[in-house]
Design a protein around this ligand. Structure first.
Ligand SMILES: [Zn+2]
Ligand SMILES: [Zn+2]
Length: 418
């Protein structure tokens, strides 16, 4: 990528319009480099139709595709974005995020959800799994209702211009309430409770937004049955906020645990005579793990240890961002001085790992794009610039600043700074 990035140039091709419904617009993004993230395409281009990517490749190849589209459809309208000094990457996917911009999903209001989405989309995050922490049942119901109400209603294949442009809410992550009191971290121990499948059933019933991940402590009584229930429903069962020893963790894997929430944080750590849940997650090549790369939750050396130990597609960057994220304020802490989530954006997490390691963007990008999408089984739709995927695209400059963002084919307006 070369320097001296200017704002992306925009020009519109002449449109050929006929009577009837307006044509679904095409957008052509030409970038100095496209990171898909599995391939690096120099002088690349991405062709978008409506909310989806329909072609990606070398600029010259895509010019052919454009001609083809032009011939077949009588009606054609296309925005062209020329960004020769920028890099196009898939929008980031955050599967563990509580808030940012001064708001928390537990505020339980649509305004709070919108504030958080807007805060993170400006930093390149285009898919989010709002994470609800341990709280009373009424508080969780209220938070679920707020996420439901704020979630754009999208029809298949089409984009309604009346919907707000913002990140896709992929589902809900319930972090608790069935966790270990010993390892509850900054979550309120008073709201931690015994496993009750009926409570989860209620949330599944009332929530229009799918519940995608439930983080629980696998050593709790009734955990194996609940884990099996979640897996049958296609929900990711994650181990976290847990005091499980190595054997208890293995039992959890046997029941269906496939993911570890913020590896090493709020769980029994690695000890050479009792490797604990952390050791079990590191060893299990089928389990994915989250890491919080803010330099506070984990020493950079621990991050490298995880990256060396785990298969490369099983490590996922998450923010675990809380209210103060992206506000310029200090990260939240409990009265006892415990970390209360982070102030990260996923973009900052990527920058941190690059700064610690000297690795390239291409090396680290999967950790915040395709890898988290894989955890949810959404890798064909999210976290990659491939035909058929949602057109969630971020243009970055050579200093890794966000210059432009598309969410499902629609360009985010950056005019009012937050
Ligand atoms: Zn947590
Ligand atoms: Zn969390």
């Amino acid at each position: 990528m070369s320097k001296a990035a200017g704002p992306a140039n925009r020009k519109k091709t002449p449109s050929i319009k006929r009577r009837g419904r307006p044509p679904i617009p095409h957008t052509l993004i030409r970038a100095g480099v496209v990171l898909t993230p599995e391939h690096e395409i120099r002088k690349g281009a991405v062709l978008i139709h409506g909310r989806r990517i329909i072609a990606v490749g070398r600029d010259k190849e895509i010019a052919e595709a454009v001609r083809h589209v032009h011939d077949r459809s009588g009606r054609f309208e296309m925005d062209v974005v020329d960004a020769p000094n920028l890099v196009a990457v898939p929008g980031f996917v955050d599967i563990h995020q509580h808030g940012g911009g001064g708001a928390d999903y537990m505020d339980g209001t649509v305004a709070a959800v919108r504030t958080i989405l807007e805060t993170h989309v400006r930093r390149g995050t285009t898919s989010i799994v709002p994470t609800l922490m341990t709280a009373s049942r009424p508080a969780l119901r209220k938070a679920i209702a707020a996420v439901d109400a704020a979630r754009p209603r999208r029809k298949k294949g089409s984009v309604s211009s009346s919907e707000p442009i913002g990140p896709d809410i992929l589902g809900i992550h319930l972090e608790g309430p069935f966790i270990s009191k010993e390892r509850c971290g900054a979550q309120p121990a008073s709201a931690v409770r015994r496993i009750d499948e009926a409570e989860i059933r209620e949330y599944l019933r009332i929530s229009r937004t799918p519940v995608r991940i439930v983080t629980l402590a696998p050593e709790l009584r009734g955990a194996p049955a609940l884990i099996k229930f979640l897996v049958r429903r296609g929900i990711v069962a994650a181990a976290g906020h847990s005091d499980a020893g190595f054997d208890e963790a293995i039992h959890g894997f046997d029941a269906g645990i496939t993911h570890g929430a913020h590896l090493f944080n709020a769980m029994r750590g690695f000890e050479h005579r009792e490797p604990g849940l952390a050791g079990a997650l590191l060893l299990n090549e089928h389990a994915s793990v989250e890491i919080i790369a803010d330099g506070r939750h984990l020493h950079p050396a621990t991050v490298f240890l995880v990256l060396q130990a785990k298969p490369e597609d099983k490590v996922v960057l998450v923010t675990d961002a809380t209210r103060n994220a992206c506000t310029g304020k200090d990260p939240l802490q409990t009265a006892e001085g415990r970390l209360y989530g982070s102030n990260l954006s996923l973009l900052q997490a990527l920058r941190n790992i690059m700064n610690w390691s000297g690795w390239s963007l291409e090396d680290v990008l999967p950790l915040a794009t395709i890898n988290p999408a894989r955890v949810l089984g959404l890798e064909k739709r999210k976290g990659a610039i491939v035909p058929g995927a949602d057109a969630d695209i971020v243009l970055l400059d050579y200093k890794l600043r966000v210059r432009d963002v598309w969410c499902a084919g629609r360009r985010v307006n950056f005019s009012n700074k937050r």
